[in-house]
Design a protein around this ligand. Structure first.
Ligand code: NAD
Length: 247
């Protein structure tokens, strides 16, 4: 482990273009449950709730669960040390972008500027009828289902449901940064959700060093053969940060 850590520090010191690819695991220590794993969202809810056709046909059934899963939790959550280390590395010019699958806004709350939200965000709602965006703060979230203040149509969280395409700009930006990276951090993701899960493979094909941080091995651990640092994201990233700063 000591040798591996030294090698990783060395790689981070030499890097010109570090990109972080994050998943639900980075926000677990902020109190937001992951989808998979012990105590995960799928232990409690049926994934069908986040399928677009189910949502359209059963909005009154889906909305209360979506509020419980995300809105009641994410509003109160605060970034943890892992989010802050990434934002510090961006300020220092080491890290060029965070590509996140998360919809929780915590990278931005920690001060990260260049955040590519591959799956959108919870902060806005989109009308399924008139397509107008309503910020959550301006919607009546006590309604069931939540209704557009402009036209009375059904509002949907403006994040990507199963069966929906990735926002084109996020898709393009994510691939562009991935192909520019020489060091790719893969943090707290199982690597199951397509097409996001393809990104680390693209980085690897392009010759980037892949450094994975996760409490347990993921789809990537054996297929990509990354530098695998096992542990909680906040602990591992804080340790790396201390070592990089010479402590
Ligand atoms: P996932 O739920 O499938 O997997 C979570 C991963 O994080 C697992 O590999 C787990 O071992 C790891 N993990 C758990 N705690 C950790 C910790 N403290 N430190 C490091 N790793 C930890 O998540 P996914 O792969 O990101 O895919 C699920 C999809 O659902 C993504 O789109 C995801 O962003 C979204 N989602 C988002 C949130 C959020 O915005 N916070 C929460 C749940 C799900």
């Amino acid at each position: 482990m000591q040798n591996k850590l030294k090698e990783v520090i060395n790689i981070l010191q030499q890097a010109n273009y570090i990109v972080a690819f994050t998943g639900a695991g980075i926000s677990a220590e902020s109190g937001i449950p992951t989808f998979r794993g012990k105590g995960g969202i799928w232990d409690k809810y049926d994934p069908i709730i986040l399928e677009i056709d189910y949502f359209k046909n059963n909005p009154d059934k889906a909305w209360p669960h979506i509020k419980d899963m995300f809105y009641n939790v994410i509003d109160k959550a605060q970034p943890n040390p892992a989010h802050f280390v990434l934002s510090d590395w961006e300020k220092q010019g080491k890290l060029k972008a965070v590509i996140t699958q998360n919809i929780d806004n915590l990278h931005q709350k920690a001060g990260s500027q260049n955040v590519i939200e591959f799956h959108g965000n919870t902060r806005n709602l989109i009308c399924m009828q008139c397509q107008k965006i309503t910020p959550v703060a301006q919607a009546d979230m006590t309604q069931n289902p939540v209704i557009c203040p402009h036209c009375g149509g059904l509002l949907k969280p403006d994040f990507v449901f199963f069966g929906e395409p990735i926002p084109p700009k996020a898709y393009q930006d994510a691939f562009a940064h991935t192909l520019q990276s020489d060091v790719y951090l893969v943090i707290g993701t199982t690597g199951i959700i397509m097409p996001a899960s393809l990104l680390p493979y693209e980085a690897r094909k392009n010759g980037a060093h892949i450094i994975e941080i996760n409490v347990s091995p993921s789809n990537y651990t054996h297929s990509i053969n990354p530098y695998f640092l096992q542990g909680k994201a906040s602990k591992v990233l804080s340790e790396l940060n201390q070592k990089l700063n010479g402590h």
